[in-house]
Ligand binder design. Structure first.
Ligand code: HEM
Length: 396
């Protein structure tokens, strides 16, 4: 029987309740979407197989890509506009074209490079907390901290000049706030990034953009596309994780106390937070088979679309003991919250650094941090592709 998909979450701390039964049924189950059928991958081992496997494409241009089963076909105008946004958007490309971009970007995101960025991230976190404290004893953590930090970090990474940050930040915030005009804000940011690349081309500095320019391997439009992808991929994800993670730690005071006592445990806690929330779930895991193949005992034919349910794979009891329990000690690094294989999150070391520094500093500087409203009143994005809270009033 084909299941209806997508299914929404009903609780901020758990994947959609249907996932457990799907995972028990089979590693691959058939699902009906608004415009067609796809395979859903429910278990951890098969998730890794699909995400790393040959014979699988992620490109929306490949016939049978599941995006076409989810959305109405774009109008010619929308298609032309999308085309402009797609240049340099290598998350949607297959090797060898994907490899061309990835190879140029990998040196910019190594563990060593991220270590160099840590003092800058710490200064931004301290500044945001200073602002919250200066404004009173309550704040709205999503806007004041969750959305603000990744935006500032990306400004630093992309080389946005200090006095242009406010413009950049207000547009990125608008792009990610439900009810705002996403497309208008996205166009403004793309135009802004176009200008940023043009200035950098005239006088490249020794930063990420400057190095990509002097490398001479990417066209102007590809550079703009890469900058845009870094912004979008790194912003909403990290922004949603920070408040959710803070809330989860408040709900587990003994584990939080242990982290305060031994800050060396933070990296492991961050992995568990990523696993537990799996905020991207299937949103980035749209794939299509480009040859007939067997996955989890199931024949998947060329041209059949696939969604990997990351939130289900990360709660698979075959890969994690007591998967529904939040346990910072478990060693969850084999989670698939950053994906797996050739498209595995390029910014994962940056995201880890941001989460660790943001959470550690928040609880160090504001030891009395607590919700300022009842937990049931927190509004969550149950209908968006990437899960998160839309607001989180806190006091300290
Ligand atoms: C908690 C934060 C984050 C989460 C949960 C996350 C999650 C993911 C996932 C699941 C993918 C894989 C997509 C796929 O398989 O198709 C991905 C890819 C990617 N992420 Fe992240 N991400 C985060 C933060 C960041 C940051 C901070 C950056 C950079 C500034 C970033 C840049 C990228 C890029 C460029 C890709 C595409 C990689 C490729 O296709 O080769 N991400 N991310």
């Amino acid at each position: 029987m084909a299941h209806s998909f997508p299914v929404p979450r009903t609780c901020p701390f758990a994947p959609p309740p249907e996932y457990e039964a799907l995972r028990e049924e089979a590693p691959l189950v058939r699902a009906t979407l608004p415009r067609g059928e796809v395979w859903l991958v429910t278990r951890h081992a098969e998730a890794q197989q699909v995400l790393s496997g040959g014979g699988i494409s992620t490109s929306p241009a490949t016939p049978g890509h599941p995006g076409s089963a989810l959305h109405d076909a774009p109008s010619p105008e929308e298609a032309a506009a999308l085309e402009r946004f797609m240049t340099g958007h290598f998350i949607d490309l297959d090797p060898p074209e994907h490899t061309r971009f990835r190879r140029l970007l990998i040196p910019e995101f190594t563990v060593r490079r991220m270590k160099e960025l840590r003092p800058g991230i710490q200064a931004l976190v301290d500044g945001l907390i200073d602002d919250m404290v200066a404004a009173g004893s309550e704040a709205e953590l999503v806007q004041a901290f969750g959305l603000a930090l990744p935006s500032l970090v990306i400004c630093q990474l992309l080389g946005v000049p200090y006095d242009e940050r406010e413009f950049f930040q207000s547009r990125t915030r608008r792009m990610l706030t439900p009810g705002e005009d996403f497309h208008a804000a996205a166009y403004e940011i793309r135009d802004y990034l176009d200008g940023l690349v043009t200035s950098a081309e005239k006088a490249p500095r020794d930063d990420l953009l400057g190095r990509l320019i002097t490398g001479g391997r990417l066209t102007h439009d590809e550079l703009v596309g890469v900058m845009f992808l870094l912004l979008v991929a790194g912003h909403e994800t990290t922004a949603n994780m920070i408040p959710l993670a803070a809330l989860t730690l408040m709900k587990h005071p003994a584990q939080l106390a242990a982290l305060r006592e031994d800050p060396g445990r933070w990296p492991m806690a961050v992995e568990e937070l990523l696993r537990y929330h799996s905020i991207v779930d299937w949103a980035a895991f749209d794939r299509v088979a480009v040859e007939d193949q067997e996955i989890g005992g199931q024949l998947v034919r060329k041209g059949e679309g696939i969604f990997v349910l990351g939130a289900s794979a990360n709660r698979d009891e075959r890969a994690f003991e007591r998967p529904d329990e939040f346990d910072v000690e478990r060693g969850a690094r084999h989670h698939v919250a950053f994906g797996y294989g050739v498209h595995q999150c390029l910014g994962q070391n940056l995201a880890r650094a941001e989460l660790e520094i943001a959470l550690r500093t928040l609880f160090e500087r504001l030891p009395g941090l607590r919700l300022a409203v009842a937990e049931e009143e927190l509004p969550a994005k149950y209908d968006g592709p990437i899960f998160g809270l839309t607001s989180m009033p806190v006091a300290w």
